[in-house]
Design a protein around this ligand. Sequence first.
Ligand code: ZN
Length: 112
Amino acid sequence: MLTCSFCGLDAKSVGALLAGPNVNICDQCIDIGLRTIATRDALEQPNPSPSDLEKTGDEALLHEMAAASKLVDKTRDRLQRQVPELRRRGVDWTAIGTALGVSHQVAQERFG
Ligand SMILES: [Zn+2]
């Protein structure tokens, strides 16, 4: 029975399973990978320079602003679910603060 090399689910439990020479990946793990890459790409996009911003038309700027706002909301939602899950697992505020680049007090005030 073929299984996904990433999550371990068997071919019957997933929508599709791509089989490679030594590894297999299911549609769900591909989706997680694509979302991870899309998030990274969005976060790594450089902010436009002030002169580029001035040259951007109203419609394009409204579109970009809406996309940036959606990304902020999605990221905030993700954080609001990740932090309680880490706390449920017993991860302390110091470790969470270190990962976020803030003190444990700041992490706890923000998410506690
Ligand atoms: Zn998988």
